[in-house]
Write a protein that binds this ligand. Sequence first.
Ligand code: 0RA
Length: 640
Amino acid sequence: MIENIKTNSYDESNIQVLEGLEAVRKRPGMYIGSTSSRGLHHLVYEIMDNSIDEALAGYCDEIEVIINKDNSITNIDNGRGIPVGIHPKMGIPTVEVVHTILHAGGKFGGEGYKVSGGLHGVGASVVNALSEYLEVEVYRDGNIYSQRFERGIPVGSLKVIGKTDKTGTITTFKPDEEIFEEIEFEYDTLVARFRELAFLNKGITIRIIDKRKDEIVKKELHYEGGIISFVEYMDRNKEPIHNTIFIEGFKDGSYVEIAMQYNKDTYVENIYSFANNIATTEGGTHLTGFKTAITKVFNDYAKKYNIIKENDKKLLGEDVREGLTSVISVKINEPQFEGQTKTKLGNSEIRSLVEGVVNEKLSSFLEENPNISKQILEKCINSARAREAARKARELTRRKNVLESATLPGKLADCSERDPSLCEIYIVEGDSAGGSAKQGRDRKFQAILPLWGKMLNVERSRIDKVYGNEKLLPIITALGAGIGEEFESEKLRYHKIIIMADADVDGSHIRTLLLTFFYRYMKPLVEKGHIYIAQPPLYKLAKGKEEYYCYNDKELNKILIQKEWKKEECSIQRYKGLGEMNPEQLWNTTMNPETRTILKVELEDAITADEIFNILMGEKVEPRKEFIQTHAKNVKNLDI
Ligand code: 0RA
């Protein structure tokens, strides 16, 4: 290792390099979040970020990402090329500094306008440290330069390997299997992020090419409309009230742009905020500024034109956000990311910038488009009325509970443990399965709630209907944390909420309906990973006294091969439903924490989740059919 370093011209900084690389390899989670699939995909975003920065600086308009056969990634851009001159401080080429010194990213290029920065802002050196190999080619000054690294350490110095009249940077890296739990890239995950980047940076072209299978898969993402296209893409299965409104403003080197559209047929709000291309899922000053401004603008307009009368109550924030799809994107010089997951924008000056711009431009829009304004306000006022109806429904529920002196639903078989972090609740479709689960459970920490009655499609209903639904109300009361704006995680009575339904079409339907309900009305449950799906076995395989439960066909075949059993000589029982298992079997296969498998529902990407629920539950039938057809094969993947 040391010998390789010696071939380079620096010596005192090599210690810094080795120490830096070692720190990254020792605690990769600190630099890229995790070594799971999520961390793996971050490597691509980190490398690509440098190309995006180059595009934002106005020097690059095409980025191509190739997934190679060996699961290495090649990132190509047509920017200026990473500088290759000797770095004044380090005494080695800047391109080598960028790849070996921690946090060297954008600071080494001179006056470059660095607005991007990846989720963790760590750049090429971290990717390099976590790669089995990384090769960089720079097209610049008429030459093609090349350098290779292995696990972060240069193997040989930067060399000229040819002539060119082009400029740009090509980086190929292979994630290190010693570091990552798996190195299989997911095409769909990459496409979702690239699409987002293409929306957020209008005019750039991002191509993805998957070369892993015999048939090459390609996609090109380019949106002239930028975030307007983004909003229209998200609303493509809805009925808009008006053309997307676009607002933008600059101040002191900061830029904000907002696209917003109201639609007729949904009641949920879909507002996505970004700072320097990073999704700010925890919100922040830009989002607060936006929300404050739209509430004020709509109230002012309604008052001015007597749409709400002097004595009427004001429209609340939730009223003016009902049925709204919006993207807020800010690009600023020194973003401060705060919050638990560092996805909350903290820069205080951004709040007043956004608020001011929206106040001014949205009020002008309303003045200039009275017909649209009228329709939007009608929707807001309806929402205020529904909110009032919901409040009454809620009070009615509370009062009823007091009268019946039973706060918990009658069918709930509660557990005896009182510490929510140790408690689980199984939400079970069907009375017979519910009965088995009640008998089979460990009553100390497992509660059972059987479901009955007619389910509501929450995607197309308002909150007052949810309170009135016989199927959902017991869930709300059993969980004890409320719903919607009033949801309070601290009051949650069980930290594991496990949906248990049959492995057939009806079971899948109820699972989707419940997931939609949790996602729309108790989102923190999904975000914090409290929701699980039980995995009952599909088969019982037995020969003589030996028996095995198998959760899918693959497992069944694996055991048959392992045991060298022939299908004819054993008994294979296929479970059609949970009801076919006796309480003991249900405990052993599906409920015993030591032997069961449960799938955690993860919110990988809120926009994709939103899309999926809207398609599954929405009113337009065609896209739903299409979705079910294309996804029927991978029903096991429950990441939403
Ligand atoms: C700083 C300065 C210059 C280029 C870059 C950074 C740059 C970095 C990367 C990383 C991937 N692709 C990139 N493209 C460009 C250029 C400075 C100059 O030419 O004067």
